[in-house]
Design a protein around this ligand. Structure first.
Ligand code: FAD
Ligand code: MLT
Ligand code: ZN
Length: 456
């Protein structure tokens, strides 16, 4: 975390009249003061950031969100929007005593057009529920991430979440066609277009994608979803060094291009962490130790030619010695055990103790150097692991320690940010800025860029 933040005296403190007003507009059951619910909503997924809010508001529609914000604005009450509370940068919980506006009750699918694949839904829909809905309709979400069981589409849009399919379907700036959002003064902005092309003026919706609640509350989303294709294959591969992973990525883009739907990597330290801490997680290559592992997924429409293509790619990669060992999932259950090894790393890190988590965009050729440099900086004091969305040049550098320790933190920061900036990377590839990186934004953005947003 950056410097100590002080509560601004500009903001009022919540009183009984406020609570009564909220009860009038939302009904008593949607104005939550229950201790257990407040404790859960005040603390983030990593148990690292903790607020002291005394109130959760759970609106059921856009009009209620608008009334809440209008009132809070007039009373100078600070608010924090909360989706599934799976954010990893401390943005989803109050810093002090902000009123929590939870979108959980706004969880309806509004419409789905089977011809265009365009889905319109409320912001509180849980990602996995949308995925199941679409699966029944023969479509998929262009976005998938390990937190799918809890995160909400409004949270995904507000963080511009990347995840496991970005290499194929691109970022939410491409697939989100429209949003409805409520500004701090209660104004409802209807930008809920369902068009792929619309050049009438500024692309205002893009400001809300990734703005982490700083511009308003996203209440509805329209999103373009791709058809579900019949043939999905997953390969789990072992590589002797990072250079092989990198070359394998280049080859995969060339040889699997149109069917490549994921290219993920983890180092042996990540593999050890997962197999040590997650029940049932096993290294598919138990007898030999490898330095790196790559998970490749292909998605296409022709079972036999897709498989042939992937097998030829694997054979070629073994002959070229880019891959030391490999296994192709024989069924869905084996494919999900491979995915678990990759998606389970964040959960395994939580079980291992405290974690300093960094989410960096770095040109692929330099990406793993940072992990190695960090390892030599910290020595035995910490377990430094590297994994991530290699297909998108996105490294997740995590430093696992038994407990938080300021001495270790001072060896990591600002080094990690300086290193990333020096290599023209981004200090937040997909998790956002939140509280964690609010003071570090200048490592990735110029002063003029930040200032122009503050002015308007
Ligand atoms: P929250 O955590 O509740 O909120 C996140 C931010 O958005 C906060 O600043 C909050 O104020 C704001 N916000 C939430 N809802 C709204 C709204 N409706 N309107 C305005 N602002 C809002 N992220 C990735 O990008 N890629 C990954 O692969 C990935 N994997 C993850 C795996 C695990 C196991 C976990 C725990 C997290 C992962 N994340 C990943 C991070 C996180 O899940 C995403 O950032 C997700 O998009 C957050 O959604 P949420 O609904 O939980 O939002
Ligand atoms: C992931 O890709 O697993 C997520 O972004 C979560 C994390 O970095 O821990
Ligand atoms: Zn990620």
């Amino acid at each position: 975390m950056g410097g100590v933040v002080q509560r601004s005296p500009r903001f009022s403190e919540l009183n009984d009249d406020d609570v009564r007003y909220f009860q009038e507009i939302l009904g008593k059951k949607n104005v939550i003061q229950d201790d257990d619910k407040l404790s859960a909503a005040n603390i983030d997924w990593m148990h690292k950031y903790k607020g002291a809010s005394k109130l959760i508001l759970q609106p059921c529609n856009t009009d209620q969100v608008s009334q809440i914000l209008k009132y809070c604005n007039s009373r100078c009450l600070a608010v924090v929007p909360q989706g599934g509370n799976t954010g990893l940068v401390g943005g989803s919980v109050p810093v002090f005593d902000e009123v929590i506006v939870s979108l959980s009750s706004m969880n309806n699918i509004i419409s789905f057009d089977k011809v265009s694949g365009i889905l319109v839904c409320e912001a509180g829909c849980i990602l996995e529920n949308i995925m199941s809905f679409l699966d029944n309709e023969g479509f998929i979400m262009p976005l998938d991430l390990g937190a799918k069981g809890s995160c909400q589409i409004g949270g995904n849009v507000s963080t511009n979440a990347g995840g496991l399919r970005l290499v194929r379907y691109g970022s939410l700036h491409g697939s989100v066609l429209g949003v409805e959002a409520v500004l701090a003064n209660g104004t409802v902005l209807d930008m809920l277009k369902t068009l792929r092309k619309d050049n009438t003026g500024y692309g205002l919706k893009h400001l809300f994608i990734g703005s982490e609640g700083s511009l308003g509350i996203v209440t509805k989303v329209s999103i373009l979803t791709p058809p579900k294709l019949s043939s999905v294959n997953v390969a789990f591969l072992a590589c002797k060094d990072y250079s092989c992973c990198q070359k394998l990525l280049q080859e995969a883009k060339r040889k699997l291009g149109e069917i490549l739907s994921a290219f993920e990597f983890l180092d042996s330290q990540s593999m050890n962490l997962v197999t040590n801490h997650l029940e049932g997680a096993r290294n598919p290559f138990p007898t030999s130790l490898h330095n790196f592992y790559v998970l490749i997924e292909t998605t296409g429409s022709d079972e036999s030619s897709d498989k042939q293509k992937l097998e030829a790619f694997l054979l070629g990669s073994m002959e070229n010695e880019l891959v030391s060992d490999g296994v192709l999932a024989q069924d869905i259950s084996q494919a999900s055990t491979f995915w678990r090894l990759r998606e389970g790393i964040s959960e395994a890190l939580m079980k291992a103790g405290a974690v300093y988590k960094y989410d960096l965009s770095i040109p692929v050729e330099n990406l793993y150097n940072l992990v190695e440099e960090m390892r030599s900086r910290l020595g035995d004091a910490a377990n430094v692991i590297g994994y991530g969305h290699l297909g998108d040049s996105n490294l997740h550098l995590n430093v696992s320690v038994p407990r938080y320790d300021n001495k270790i933190l001072s060896q990591i920061e600002p080094f990690v940010y300086e290193w990333t900036s020096k290599h023209r990377g981004s200090i937040s590839a997909e998790h956002g800025v939140g509280l964690m990186k609010a003071n570090e934004i200048f490592y990735s953005q110029s002063r003029e860029t930040v200032r122009i947003v503050v002015y308007y």
